[in-house]
Design a protein around this ligand. Sequence first.
Ligand code: FE
Length: 348
Amino acid sequence: MINKTLLLRLISSIGITVAASTPSWASNAVNIYSARHYQSDDKLYAAFTKRTGIQVNRIEAADEALLERLRSEGTKSPADVLILVDAARLSRAATEGLFAPSDSESLRERIPENMRSSKEAQGYAWWGFSKRARVIVYNKQRFSGSAPQSYASLADARFKSAVCTRSAAHPYMLSLIASQIEHRGESATLSWAKAVVGNFARPPRGGDTDQIRATASGECGVALSNTYYLARLMRSSKPEDQEVIRKVGFVWPDQDDKGTHVNVTGGGMVKHAKNREAAMRFLEFMASDEAQQVLADGNNEWPTVPSVKINNPALDAMGSFKADKLPIATIGARQSAAVKLVDQAGWR
Ligand code: FE
């Protein structure tokens, strides 16, 4: 039995926020560590409790803080389910052995094979629950009609002093670079990465939204962003956000090639989970129509379950695209190669 007071003290000491209601770490409950932190997720957890009678306790924190916490808690961890963002982090957690295998017929049926960890490697360590794409954003005034149509073309001489990205040490960049390594091989990807660095308008800084804003202002000509950041600005009622959206266009990269790089948020059962049955029911619930809709729409993403439809005006406006079919697990497996390559290219 966990000493709740001690647990809460530990949590606050490392800067993790606990959901508003005090968790009672009861037995008819599932304890979730989640790197997602959207209002819509409250609705999701309430729906699960209503359907199953299983109470949801959760700790929300940044991915790295959650992983650190799981490592230090070891077998004593109260966590049953771990939810993380991006293949880079999911596969790192899997490689470290933080997940337990979580095989389920309904999960296998609903989550496409390329959106989950491979059974061979870790016995289905994690399952992808929502997906996002990595697109190229461009300044309309500077590059209308001449925007880069592929990730490869970010290395073209015509984009000299125009390219902006967040730090390539970030999982979103590492996963994209890992996919390039998988498609084009290490040496071609290294040459490309060096040329992209040579095209920088400024050293990497800030997140994806900062790249979009700097592209609108003209400081950057072209940049990379996850789709939901773009959709968030599109749905914003703030005049300054609307102004940003008016000034930028975006491209689905690699439509004549492998397709646009796609990534997931996903989760799995924690290695030392105590409430295993509840954890499995929760994971299966995450793949249900209801949960898929809330999960995806809450952060302007797409469901991983192909039959689930959402009604999101920003995503509708962005239209459809050809997605890279590369298994997310393969992208995860290439992380260490991507880290090494980023370092060699000086893409920091
Ligand atoms: Fe993000």
